[in-house]
Design a protein around this ligand. Structure first.
Ligand code: PLP
Length: 456
C-alpha cells in the first residue's frame, strides 16, 4: 500500500510516482502489469489527473509503457544503480589554528561588505542581462574603468580593447601559455620566483629556464645568455625577495625583448599595497615596442575570494587572442563584474585603496616592531614595506624542523617561501593582513616562544 502525506510539500502525484517507481525497481518483473488508473484512483481515493500525471512521469522516464488492450506494463526495472544511498555527510572538521601567519590574506573586516551589498543589488537592478552570455573578454564598461585606473595609477598604456578579465593569475597565465603554444617552447622565470608561474607553463609542456635574481631583480646578463623568448618577472616588488628593479635595468630588459623579439610578462600583483614609497610606474608604461604583457589582480587589495584578475595584451596579441579564443567564455561572473564596475565608476575603489593601505600599513608597522622587539638580534628582515607579509630569516642557527613541530603543537600556522618558490629560497613569511591590530602582539609573542626554543 502506498502512503500519502497531506502535510508533505511534495504534490500528490510526485508522492505517488516516487512510490510506484520504488515498487517497480524492487518488486516488479519485466512486462508485469501495473494496476489500472481507475483502480489506483479508487484504492487511494485520489483524482484521475493525479494518477495520470504519475504514470506519465514513469512513461517519460522509461519505466513503463502503455499497450493497447493490455494497459501499463513495466518495460525496464534495471535502475538499481540510481537508488539514492545515504551520503556520508560527516561534518567538515577545520584544522584548529590559534595564529595563522598566512601571507596573502586580508582580515574579513577589510572587505567593504555593506557597500558591496548595496552596489551588488544596484548592479542587479540596472541593465544586467542574465539571459545571455556575457562579453568573452569581460564587460566592456568594466574594462573602460579598469583602463582608466591603470593609466593614471600604474602608468599602464592601454585601452579597454586590450584588457581581458580573468579569474586570477593562473587563468591569465594559462591563456598566454595556450596563446604562444605553437611558437614558443621555452619560458624564463625568476629564481627564486612564483611557483604558480612555473607550474602553469610546465603543465603546458614548456621548458623552464631559471634566471637568478640579484640585488636589482632579475640578472639581465644571465637572461641574455638564456634560451627563451618569453619571460615572467615581478619588477615592482620581486616575488618573494621584495626587490624593486631600478629604471636602468627596466630599460635593459625592454631592449632585450626588442632585440630578441621576446615578450615580457609583468606581474604587478601587489603594488597597490606599497606603504612607504610611491610605487614606481609599470614596466609596460615604458615599453614603446609592445613587448610587455601586463598582469594585475584584485586579490591583494580587495578580495582573493572574488576571483578577479586581468591581463593587458599588446595590440598584435589581442587580435590573435580574438581569433584563437573564440570559444573562451569570460570566467568572471557577470554580477561580480558589474558590481566592480559600479564600485570603480562611483569612486569607491580609490577610497577603498586608501583605506586598505592605511589599515595594512599600521599592521605592517606593528608586525615589524613586534618582530624587532621580541626576536631582536636573532632575525634578519629580508623583505618589508609592501604586500601583506614581512619576510624574515634567522641570524642564528635555527632548527627548522623543531620550529615546525612546535608550531604544530602550539597551533601556529607558519608559511615558508620554500613552498612557494619550488624550494629555491627559504624565509619565513610573517603575514599580518589576516590579523586584527590588537592580535598582532599576542601572535608574535606566541611565535617568539617557539622561535627561541628552536634555536640550537
Ligand atoms: C606573485 C603573485 N602573483 C599573482 C598573485 C595573484 O593571484 P590571484 O590573482 O590568482 O589571486 C599572487 C597571489 O598571492 C602572487 O603571490
Amino acid at each position: 500500500m502506498y502512503k500519502f502525506e497531506t502535510k508533505n510539500k511534495k504534490p500528490l502525484y510526485v508522492q505517488l510516482y516516487e512510490q510506484i517507481k520504488e515498487d517497480i525497481i524492487n518488486n516488479y518483473q519485466l512486462e508485469e502489469k501495473l494496476p489500472s488508473i481507475r483502480k489506483v484512483m479508487t484504492t487511494y481515493n485520489i483524482s484521475k489527473n493525479t494518477v495520470e500525471a504519475a504514470y506519465s512521469q514513469l512513461v517519460i522516464e522509461g519505466y513503463i509503457e502503455s499497450f493497447p488492450k493490455k494497459g501499463y506494463l513495466v518495460i525496464s526495472n534495471e535502475f538499481q544503480n540510481f537508488k539514492t544511498k545515504d551520503l556520508d555527510t560527516k561534518p567538515y572538521k577545520e584544522e584548529e589554528i590559534r595564529y595563522d601567519f598566512f601571507p596573502a590574506k586580508l582580515h574579513k573586516d577589510t572587505f567593504p561588505l555593506k557597500l558591496w551589498k548595496r552596489i551588488y543589488s544596484k548592479a542587479l537592478d540596472e541593465t544586467i542581462e542574465l539571459g545571455m552570455y556575457s562579453d568573452k573578454q569581460g564587460e566592456y564598461s568594466l574594462r573602460v574603468e579598469l583602463a582608466k585606473y591603470l593609466n593614471h595609477s600604474r602608468a599602464v598604456n592601454c585601452s579597454a580593447e586590450q584588457i581581458i578579465m580573468t579569474n586570477g593569475f593562473a587563468d591569465s597565465l594559462s591563456i598566454l601559455a595556450m596563446l604562444f603554444n605553437n611558437k614558443i617552447k621555452n619560458f624564463s622565470i625568476e629564481k627564486p620566483g612564483y611557483h604558480v608561474a612555473r607550474k602553469v607553463f610546465l603543465n603546458h609542456n614548456y621548458n623552464i629556464d631559471d634566471i637568478p635574481i640579484n640585488k636589482e631583480g632579475i640578472d639581465i646578463e644571465k637572461l641574455q645568455n638564456g634560451f627563451s623568448s618569453l619571460l615572467y618577472v615581478t619588477p615592482s616588488h620581486q616575488y618573494p625577495t621584495g626587490v624593486t628593479m631600478p629604471i636602468a635595468n627596466r630599460m635593459k630588459l625592454l631592449t632585450w625583448a626588442e632585440n630578441t623579439n621576446s615578450y615580457i610578462i609583468e606581474d604587478d600583483y601587489d603594488t597597490e599595497l606599497s606603504y612607504f614609497n610611491k610605487p614606481i610606474p609599470s614596466l609596460q608604461g615604458l615599453d614603446l615596442k609592445e613587448r610587455v604583457i601586463y598582469f594585475g589582480t584584485f586579490s591583494k587589495a580587495l578580495s582573493p575570494a572574488l576571483r578577479v584578475g586581468y591581463l593587458v595584451l599588446p595590440k598584435q596579441l589581442i587580435e590573435k587572442y580574438k581569433q584563437e579564443f573564440i570559444y573562451h567564455a569570460c570566467r568572471v561572473c557577470l554580477i561580480t563584474q558589474k558590481t566592480l564596475e559600479l564600485f570603480m565608476k562611483e569612486g569607491f575603489w580609490e577610497k577603498h585603496l586608501r583605506r586598505v593601505r592605511t589599515i595594512n600599513k599600521k599592521k605592517h608597522n606593528l608586525m615589524k616592531n613586534q618582530l624587532e622587539e621580541k626576536l631582536g638580534s636573532t632575525i634578519k628582515i629580508e623583505a618589508q614595506g609592501g604586500g601583506l607579509a614581512i619576510l624574515i630569516n634567522p641570524k642564528v642557527e635555527l632548527n627548522w624542523q623543531k620550529l615546525e613541530k612546535l608550531a604544530q603543537k602550539e597551533k601556529i600556522k607558519l608559511h615558508y617561501t620554500k613552498e612557494r618558490t619550488n624550494n629555491n629560497w627559504q624565509a619565513l613569511m610573517m603575514g599580518f593582513g589576516s590579523f586584527k591590530e590588537e592580535e598582532i602582539e599576542k601572535a608574535v609573542s606566541a611565535f617568539s616562544k617557539i622561535w627561541f626554543e628552536s634555536i640550537n
